[in-house]
Design a protein around this ligand. Structure first.
Ligand code: HEC
Ligand code: HEC
Ligand code: HEC
Ligand code: HEC
Ligand code: HEC
Length: 177
């Protein structure tokens, strides 16, 4: 009896500690706002009318949208706000010929073996905001839309007619490899 009681207390302590310890991680996973190496604000840039595809150059060309290289940042920031401490950090990456280690916001677990193709969706006239929320208003990019399987399949069902073969819309191998 005593042993069992202790075991439960131990278990409870472990559960509580794990819960507290992973609290922040959980929170950031759920809300999807990672701590980034540079205080980059989408809002500041999008308000200056810089197009999404100016920085995410492959969104309308390739499967992956791509993130801008530090070189692209410095084409503007060689001059703009060059004295700002945050820009000095950006420059340091360029000087060391390192890319800024951005923390990913979106992405699928590798074991889910999902394939996604930006160009196909952008060419089909689907707006970035439909899948990413209003990024232009975000100071820190966050996961505004949950990319679950149900979410993908729902839209594919509604758009069956736009697939070369309507059966492909919900075929497992359309989205999985
Ligand atoms: C097309 C030009 C352009 C590019 C490319 C660009 N920026 Fe900017 N950035 C701006 C402008 C304009 C501002 C606003 C400056 C102001 O407030 O007057 C700005 C502001 C910033 C600020 C705030 C600086 C401060 O102290 O107020 C940071 C940080 C920043 N940019 C980082 C980046 C990073 C990192 C990249 C590359 C991923 C990048 N920028 C690419 C034009 C650009
Ligand atoms: C000046 C360059 C710039 C512009 C313009 C820009 N972005 Fe970004 N974007 C970045 C950088 C740098 C990151 C990585 C840092 C971060 O996540 O905030 C990023 C991250 C993202 C992410 C998260 C990527 C991930 O990690 O999964 C999305 C989604 C995104 N941008 C969408 C957009 C959309 C939509 C627009 C237009 C409304 C846009 N961006 C305009 C530079 C830019
Ligand atoms: C139909 C939905 C959809 C549309 C439309 C869409 N995206 Fe995405 N985006 C995704 C998904 C899903 C991912 C995650 C892909 C992965 O992890 O393989 C993603 C990832 C990203 C990333 C992370 C980096 C990368 O290389 O993939 C960026 C940046 C991004 N999108 C920007 C954009 C921009 C900019 C637009 C508009 C020009 C756009 N997206 C349109 C669904 C979409
Ligand atoms: C808002 C609607 C919408 C959402 C959300 C969406 N798709 Fe699609 N998807 C489409 C449409 C429409 C097409 C057909 C585009 C075309 O080829 O003209 C398509 C095509 C595709 C294709 C190419 C199929 C082929 O014929 O080879 C793949 C792969 C794909 N989607 C995967 C995904 C995945 C994975 C997700 C979720 C992460 C997703 N899609 C979310 C609308 C959507
Ligand atoms: C329109 C795109 C799409 C289609 C069609 C689709 N899936 Fe998925 N599936 C996804 C996405 C996206 C995920 C990952 C979701 C996430 O990360 O939450 C996923 C996740 C899964 C997972 C969980 C994988 C893991 O390890 O986490 C399984 C199992 C799965 N799909 C099986 C299937 C089967 C079986 C079919 C055919 C009946 C199918 N899927 C059709 C998009 C699709």
């Amino acid at each position: 009896m005593v042993i069992r009681k202790r075991m439960w207390i131990h278990l409870a302590v472990i559960v509580i500690l794990t819960f507290l310890g992973s609290g922040f991680l959980l929170w950031s996973l759920l809300v999807g706002t990672p701590e980034q190496p540079i205080a980059f604000s989408h809002r500041v840039h999008v308000e200056k009318h810089i197009a999404c595809t100016f920085c995410h150059q492959y969104a309308n060309k390739s499967p992956q949208a791509g993130l801008p290289g530090v070189q692209l940042c410095m084409t503007c920031h060689q001059v703009i706000k060059a004295d700002s401490p945050e820009i000095q950090k950006v420059r340091a990456y360029l000087d060391q010929q390192r890319e800024i280690p951005w923390v990913r916001v979106y992405g699928f677990p590798a074991h889910a073996h999902v394939r996604f193709h930006h160009r196909r969706h952008v060419a089909a006239g689907i707006d970035c905001a439909k899948c990413h929320g209003n990024v232009g208003q975000m100071t820190v990019a966050e996961r505004a839309v949950r990319h679950t399987m149900g979410w993908c399949v729902e839209c594919h069902k509604q758009n069956r007619s736009r697939f070369a073969d309507p059966r492909l819309a919900t075929d497992c191998l359309t989205c999985h490899y």
